[in-house]
Design a binder for this molecule. Sequence first.
Ligand code: ADP
Ligand code: MG
Length: 320
Amino acid sequence: MALGEFELIRRFFAEPKVKHPSTVLSVGDDCALLQIEQGQDLVVTTDTMVEGVHFLPDVDPENLGHKLLAVNLSDLAAMGAEPRWATLALTLPHCDEAWLQGFARGFFGLAERYGVELIGGDTTRGPLTLTVQAMGLVERDRALRRSGALPGDLIYLTGELGAAGMGLKILQGKTAIEDPTAIRHLERPEPRVDIGLKLRGLASSCIDVSDGLAADLWHILEASGVGATLDWEQLPLPDGVRRYLAETGDWSMPLSAGDDYELCFTVPPANRDELEARLRSVACPYARIGRIEPQARLMLFKDGRSIELSRNGYQHFSND
Ligand code: ADP
Ligand code: MG
């Protein structure tokens, strides 16, 4: 690399603005040291993004830095955790300073908004591969899990469904529909950290929608040993997605497309009023999209018919 490894770390990653008093030791030693208060659980997650697999080679590095951290913060949000720290493992084909500057701007821009301190990482040469490990805190035994949904619970989704999938269709040239907001959803997802915190004590289960609503809701159903019915009319589909569906008839797209990073969660009916009041207090758009059922299957009620959905969002028993 033109810049040495240590010079690169020092220039771009060693002086974060966020510093927590509970960070005993940060970048510069063999490990970081963190002090965890009694009565708190440490919540840990990691996600990797590989060029050509998770992002297109020509993506804006600032968007990439944002998204790499956002997908990790989205996992913390789904557990109801408060973000605190992150480590960053970079594998770079070469040292491109303009690229690194953009990447760092996107990464730290989001990190500063959510109080995330970068406390370490690794830097190596190779095919472009980016990994973040994010850590957060939650009061002992208050974390949201996938496993608590019960029959009768209401199913909620934050934000809109299928916007990122629509953005991908546009970038891949698979549709002529123009929709800049869809591309922004794909490239700069906003992790629902504030919402995750509001769900603690009210939601019976929660997951972030990274692989598509059907696939991720299935994880809740399996972990909880239940099934669900979704109501097509209640799905929060943005205009661009509606236009795409009208044009192609590909109705399963918003159920199967990933990368939305919205939260899908279940709530016992007794908690409904309090939950909706809390969501309004943070001005979070949300939709009530279905209900948990005892039988272990995922049904979609659409145009007067019940359709059984597979894990990838398609019709379970297809005629073709
Ligand atoms: P070691 O050889 O002990 O693993 P390194 O030489 O890999 O240490 O890294 C030196 C220091 O710089 C460590 O504290 C490490 O956590 C930090 N570091 C390395 N790469 C990054 C990065 N991309 N972002 C932030 N910190 C980093
Ligand atoms: Mg190392």
